[in-house]
Ligand binder design. Sequence first.
Ligand SMILES: CC(C)(COP(=O)(O)OP(=O)(O)OC[C@H]1O[C@@H](n2cnc3c(N)ncnc32)[C@H](O)[C@@H]1OP(=O)(O)O)[C@@H](O)C(=O)NCCC(=O)NCCS
Length: 168
Amino acid sequence: MIEIIKATDDHIKGIIKVCTDAYRATYKDLYTNEYIEKIIKKFYNYDSVLTEVQTSNRNWGGYYVAIEKGHIIGAGAGGILDDGSGELFVLYLAPNRRNEGIGSTLLYAITEQQKALGAKKQYVSVQKGNHKGIPFYEAKGFVFQYEQKSYGNSEGDTYISLRYCRKI
Ligand SMILES: CC(C)(COP(=O)(O)OP(=O)(O)OC[C@H]1O[C@@H](n2cnc3c(N)ncnc32)[C@H](O)[C@@H]1OP(=O)(O)O)[C@@H](O)C(=O)NCCC(=O)NCCS
């Protein structure tokens, strides 16, 4: 049985593992190794994830995790933007557990949280060329809006992400 629950401190290491594994598997053909490891170090370190797990407010709704037999096999998080729309900030599954419907159940939990806060629209940014993510969002009714510079870019990085939106 797979459960979707709000993450606690007990889930920090599992969140880091699933996000790190998925990040490497998803972006190995899209980003340089250097960029991948820079982003992992910046976002998926213990202290950052600890803070993110312990924070739950309107702008950051905290992590949801998919757990099977005590193992974390997926993680996701969203929040509400200044204009009242929802945003999906993170959604990753263990690379060998894709296409079983787990991503849909995580997205559902995050979407319900955002609807309860009054969101009528939901945004997500996805890396241009991410064929492990874009078809999922399109299947869920997200529609392409525009291109922008990727969030993790530092000076010299020129990666592009695609902004998608759907009604919720
Ligand atoms: C994106 C991700 C979270 C989706 O979760 P998932 O459990 O694999 O997706 P689901 O099994 O719930 O799929 C739901 C729908 O998307 C479709 N879908 C998912 N991936 C697809 C793909 N690569 N190609 C075509 N359709 C796809 C499914 O057919 C399904 O459609 P349906 O609801 O009409 O039957 C997961 O695949 C993942 O971790 N990908 C790599 C990381 C990533 O890109 N994350 C997003 C970063 S922005």
